[in-house]
Design a binder for this molecule. Structure first.
Ligand SMILES: [Zn+2]
Length: 128
């Protein structure tokens, strides 16, 4: 096992939280939790990344709004479209949803959300 100052960065790929191994030359990624198909538990946990390929162990950088990101992405009907990576914001995801006709339900983001800027203008003008 190798401990390093490298940091893995959490992102969402097809609705699943993953992180790419930060070790140069290693192209592995680890997922969070148990895989629904294989049952394999990934090397990405709340505070630690463990690469099954190169055995790197390091810290993970998670966004502050994990739950909001997950909730907004979950409203997308096609798992292949549930993707997020820094520096995207929850607002960016909401705008993408609106552009594709996915309207948030009343419970989204804890009971409400704010649409601003171009998305608000588009909604109010009937563009989306
Ligand atoms: Zn690795």
């Amino acid at each position: 096992m190798t401990t390093t100052m490298l940091q893995a960065v959490a992102r969402v790929h097809w609705g699943r939280w993953i992180a790419d191994c930060p070790r140069p030359g290693c192209v592995n990624a680890e997922h969070h939790g148990r895989d629904a198909v294989t049952g394999h538990v990934g090397g990405l946990t709340g505070g630690r990344f463990r690469c099954a390929h190169c055995l790197l162990v390091c810290e993970v950088v998670w966004p502050a709004d994990v739950d909001d990101i997950s909730r907004v992405l979950a409203s997308r009907p096609v798992p292949a479209n549930r993707n997020w990576a820094p520096p995207e914001t929850v607002h960016d995801l909401l705008v993408e949803n609106l552009v594709h006709g996915i309207l948030p339900d009343a419970d989204a983001l804890g009971g409400g959300f704010q649409v601003s800027g171009a998305a608000r203008l588009a909604l109010e003008s009937g563009v989306i």
